[in-house]
Design a protein around this ligand. Structure first.
Ligand code: NOJ
Length: 770
C-alpha cells in the first residue's frame, strides 16, 4: 500500500474531523442559532471548532513576502518572525510572494509545519496583467468594450494563477473626478453607471465561473470607500463628501462588484465622516455585510489598521486593532495589529470571540471555495507557468484591447492616418523610444523594457522614419521612489529636433507622462506636459505645423495649447506590452480608433474637479434679460466652464450621424419600461466603430439630480454608408437614485433624454413617469 506522506497528515486530519464538529454563526450575533446547510459553511464551522483562538486570529493576519536568495528560511529579524508565525498557524495569507517555486515553498511551511496545516492564500496587485500587460485600467475603460475588459481580467488571472497566485487586489473601482490624483489610472473613470459595469466585468474575468478551477483567482474590489475623492487629489488625503455623493457616485461600483459575487473587498486609507474607513462599521458591517449580504471577506489596505492610530482615531495599535476588527475589517495587511493584539483583546473581553469566528470563517470559506484544502499546491505547476505566461494568445488579446483603448482627440484635415509609403516622417520624443514607460504603473510580474515601443511599432510600417529624442522626460525607471517625478531640464536636444523637423511631411511627437508618473503616491498639482515637453512642442510647431501629437499618460492632461494648435492628437495612454503595435496600427490606419474618454479632460488645472454629471446651480447662466457682462452667475472669468474634451468623447477616421430618435411612449407607469430608438449612420468613407450613448436628466426630484446621467450605451461597427437602429431601454432600475439614507427611490416626473456620441449628446426628447 502507498504510504501517506507525513506532510499531508494535517490536511487529512482536518478532512476527517470536519464532519463531526459543530456549527458556526456567520454573524456577529453570538445568539444566532441557524444551522449552516451550505456544505462549505459546514466545513468552515467544523474547522473553526478545531482551532485555537490564536489560530483563528492567525487567519486574519497577512504578511508581505520574505523570500531571500537562499529560500524561505530567513535567519533573523522580521523575516524570521514571519516564518515562525506561519509555522504556528498565525498567518492566513501572504502578499507579494512571486513565482511557483516561492509560493510552493511558503505554502509548504503552512501546510506541513503548522498544527492544522491550513493553506495560505497568495495575493498580489495584478492590476492590468501579470507578465503580459494590458493597457492601464483607465485606458481599457476607454474601449467601452465590456467583453474585452472581462477577457483582459481573465487573461491576467490565467497568467497570475500559473505563477502560484490565487488572489488579486483588483479591480480598483474607485470613481474619481480629479486628474491630480495619480490613481485615476487604476480605475474606470468618473461615471458610476459605467464604472459599475466595468467593475462587474473585471470581477467576472478574474473569478470566472468556477473559483475552484486552477486558473481563476479571488478578485478584490477596492478601496472601500471614497478613496477616489482624496481632497485636492493628494493621495492618502482626507475625504469630505456628502451622503448623496457617497450613495450615488462612490458606492454603486462596489455594489455591482458584490452583485457579481466578488469574494473580497479592500478598505481604504481615507476617512469618511471623520471615521477612518478601516474602522468604519457603517461601511463594512451595516452596509456591506448586512444590507448587501456580502459573504466574502474584507482585507485592510497596507498598514491601514495601524494608520487608525496615526489619524488620531485610536490611542495606539491595540485600540486600532479593536476598532478595525469590530468594524468588520477581517484581515490585517501588514499592520501587525491583529497578530499582536487580538488574542489579548478577546481574552480581556474587549472584542467578542464571535467577531474573530466570523472573520476567520469568511477567510476560511474563501480557501474552501478556491479548493485549497483539496490541493494547497494547485496553482503551483511549473509547466503551466512556462507555457501560459507570455503566450501568443495573451499577446494577441493585449494588442486587441490596446487598439480599442486609443482615443482620437483631434484630426484636422484628416492628417491621420499616415500613408504607409511616400511620406517623410520624423518621430520626436523620449517616450517614443521607450520600452519601459508603456508598461505603466503596477507591473508586479513583468520584466522591465518589455513593451513594444512606439518607434518599433511605427518602423514596421515605414523603416525610413527618422527619430529625435528632443528632451529627456525623466530619469525614470524607479518604481517606488520619487526619482521618477523629477523631470529633466536640459534643453540642448530641442534644437536638433527643430532642425530635423524642418521640411518633414509629418512630425509625430510622442509626449506625456512616464509610466511611473501616475499611480499610487503620484499626485500632481499641474496637469501640463511635464518637463520641457511643452517648450519642445512649441519649438517644433514653429517650423512645421503638420504635427501628430501622441499622448502617453495615466490621467487627463491639460493640453489646451495643443488642442488649439496641433492638427492631430491621439490619446494613447500607457498601453502595456503591445503599446507600440497598437499605436502604429492606429497611426497607419489599420485600426480605426473607436475609444471614448471616461474621464473629462480639463482646459486647465483650475477647473478640476470637472465632470459631466455635475449638479445644476441656481445660477447656471446669466439670467434671461440680464446684460451680457453681468458677473453674478456660476462661471470663471478666465476660462469657460466646459471641459476641453468631455466624458464619452472620441473621434474616428469616419463620421457618424444620429437621427430619427423615437420613444415607445410619452408616459410610462412605475413598473413599465420605455424603449428609446435612434438611427445611427456611418456617414464617412471607411468602416468604423461608434459608442452610442444615452443620458437622462431627472428634471425635478426631492434631492437634486445631475444635469446628465449615462444610462445606456451600445458599441456598434458600421460599414461606410451603413445605418442601424439602436434600441435602449429604461426602467425603474435606471430611473431612480439613492436618498441620503442610502435607500433607492424612484420618483414620478419628467425625464429628459439625450442620445449621441458623447456627454454633449444633443438629440433630445422627454417622457413622464407616473
Ligand atoms: C496599497 C494600495 O493602496 C493597495 O491598492 C494595494 O493593493 C496594496 N498597497 C498592496 O500592494
Amino acid at each position: 500500500m502507498k504510504k501517506t506522506p507525513i506532510s499531508l497528515l494535517p490536511v487529512l486530519v482536518l478532512t476527517i474531523l470536519w464532519s463531526c464538529a459543530g456549527n458556526r454563526s456567520n454573524s456577529m450575533n453570538t445568539t444566532a442559532t441557524a444551522t449552516n446547510t451550505d456544505p462549505i459553511d459546514k466545513k468552515v464551522d467544523s474547522l473553526l471548532a478545531l482551532m485555537t483562538l490564536e489560530e483563528k486570529v492567525g487567519q486574519m493576519n497577512q504578511y508581505n513576502g520574505f523570500f531571500d536568495a537562499t529560500g524561505p528560511t530567513p535567519q533573523e529579524g522580521n523575516s524570521k518572525t514571519k516564518y515562525e508565525h506561519i509555522q504556528k498557524g498565525w498567518v492566513g495569507s501572504m502578499l507579494n510572494v512571486r513565482g511557483v517555486d516561492e509560493v510552493r515553498a511558503v505554502q509548504k511551511i503552512a501546510v506541513e509545519q503548522s498544527r492544522l496545516g491550513i493553506p495560505l492564500i497568495f495575493g498580489s496587485d495584478i492590476i492590468h496583467g501579470y507578465k503580459t500587460l494590458a493597457p492601464i485600467p483607465l485606458a481599457e475603460s476607454a474601449s467601452w468594450d465590456l467583453e474585452a475588459i472581462e477577457k483582459s481580467a481573465r487573461n491576467a488571472a490565467i497568467e497570475a494563477s500559473a505563477t502560484g497566485l490565487n488572489w488579486t487586489f483588483a479591480p480598483n473601482v474607485d470613481i474619481s473626478r480629479d486628474a491630480r490624483w495619480g490613481r485615476v489610472m487604476e480605475g474606470a473613470g468618473e461615471d458610476p453607471y459605467y464604472g459599475s459595469l466595468v467593475a462587474a466585468a473585471r470581477v467576472r474575468g478574474f473569478q470566472g465561473d468556477d473559483l475552484s478551477a486552477h486558473n481563476t483567482i479571488l478578485a478584490c474590489a477596492k478601496h472601500f470607500a471614497g478613496y477616489g475623492f482624496s481632497e485636492a487629489g493628494r493621495d492618502y488625503n482626507t475625504v469630505d463628501i456628502n451622503r448623496s455623493t457617497l450613495h450615488n457616485v462612490v458606492l454603486p461600483p462596489f455594489k455591482a462588484a458584490v452583485d457579481a459575487n466578488v469574494k473580497t473587498l479592500m478598505n481604504s486609507f481615507n476617512e469618511l465622516d471623520g471615521i477612518p474607513a478601516t474602522a468604519n462599521s457603517y461601511l463594512q458591517r451595516e452596509l456591506l455585510k448586512e444590507k448587501w449580504g456580502f459573504d466574502g471577506f474584507v482585507v485592510s489596505d497596507w498598514g491601514s489598521i495601524g494608520e487608525i492610530a496615526i489619524w488620531g482615531a485610536a490611542e495606539n495599535l491595540r485600540e486600532a486593532a479593536k476598532k478595525a476588527a469590530i468594524a468588520g475589517s477581517d484581515m490585517d495587511m501588514e499592520s501587525y495589529a491583529y497578530v499582536e493584539h487580538l488574542v489579548a483583546l478577546v481574552k480581556d473581553g474587549e472584542v467578542p470571540e464571535s467577531v474573530i469566528d466570523e472573520a476567520a470563517g469568511r477567510i476560511l470559506k474563501a480557501k474552501f471555495e478556491l479548493g485549497l484544502f483539496d490541493d494547497p499546491y494547485k496553482y503551483c505547476d511549473e509547466t503551466r507557468e512556462i507555457t501560459l505566461i507570455g503566450s501568443e494568445q495573451q499577446n494577441q488579446d493585449a494588442l486587441d484591447i490596446a487598439k480599442k483603448s486609443i482615443v482620437l482627440l483631434k484630426n484636422q484635415n484628416n492628417l491621420l492616418p499616415l500613408k504607409k509609403s511616400g511620406q517623410d516622417v520624423l518621430v520626436i520624443g523620449d517616450l517614443a523610444d521607450d520600452k519601459n514607460s508603456p508598461l505603466g504603473s503596477w507591473r508586479i510580474g513583468s520584466d522591465n523594457e518589455t513593451a513594444v515601443s512606439i518607434l518599433e511599432g511605427m518602423k514596421q510600417y515605414d523603416a525610413n522614419i527618422s527619430y529625435q529624442q528632443g528632451v529627456r522626460l525623466t530619469d525614470a525607471n524607479a518604481e517606488f521612489t520619487l526619482e521618477v517625478q523629477v523631470n529633466e531640464t536640459d534643453p540642448s536636444g530641442i534644437d536638433a529636433a527643430v532642425q530635423a523637423a524642418k521640411g518633414k511631411d509629418v512630425v509625430v511627437m510622442v509626449l506625456g507622462e512616464h509610466g511611473f508618473q501616475s499611480g499610487e503616491g503620484r499626485s500632481r498639482t499641474d496637469l501640463d506636459l511635464p518637463g520641457l515637453q511643452q517648450e519642445l512642442l512649441e519649438a517644433v510647431y514653429a517650423v512645421n505645423k503638420n504635427i501628430v501629437l501622441v499622448l502617453n499618460n495615466g490621467r487627463p492632461l491639460a493640453i489646451s495649447w495643443a488642442d488649439e494648435n496641433i492638427p492631430a492628437i491621439v490619446e494613447a495612454w500607457h498601453l502595456g506590452t503591445q503599446a507600440g503595435n497598437a499605436v502604429a496600427a492606429v497611426l497607419y490606419g489599420d485600426h480605426n480608433p473607436g475609444g471614448k474618454l471616461t474621464l473629462s479632460f480639463p482646459r486647465n488645472i483650475g477647473q478640476v474637479p470637472i465632470y459631466y454629471n455635475y449638479k445644476m446651480t441656481g445660477r447656471p447662466t446669466n439670467l434671461p434679460g440680464a446684460p451680457d457682462d453681468l458677473v453674478f452667475w456660476s462661471h470663471y472669468s478666465d476660462v469657460e466652464n466646459t471641459p476641453l474634451y468631455p466624458f464619452g468623447y472620441g473621434l474616428s477616421y469616419t463620421t457618424f450621424d444620429y437621427d430619427q430618435l423615437s420613444l415607445s411612449n410619452q408616459e410610462i407607469g412605475m413598473n413599465d419600461k420605455i424603449e428609446i430608438q435612434v438611427r445611427l449612420t456611418n456617414t464617412g468613407e471607411v468602416a468604423g466603430t461608434e459608442v452610442a450613448q444615452l443620458y437622462i436628466r431627472d428634471k425635478v426630484a426631492s434631492i437634486t439630480r445631475p444635469v446628465r446621467e449615462l444610462k445606456g450605451f451600445k458599441k456598434v461597427s458600421l460599414a461606410p454608408g451603413e445605418s442601424t437602429i439602436i434600441t435602449f431601454e429604461l426602467d425603474q432600475s435606471t430611473l431612480g437614485y439613492y436618498n441620503n439614507d442610502g435607500e433607492y427611490m424612484v420618483e414620478p416626473g419628467t425625464f429628459e433624454i439625450f442620445v449621441g456620441g458623447d456627454s454633449y449628446a444633443d438629440l433630445t426628447s422627454s417622457f413622464r413617469l407616473k
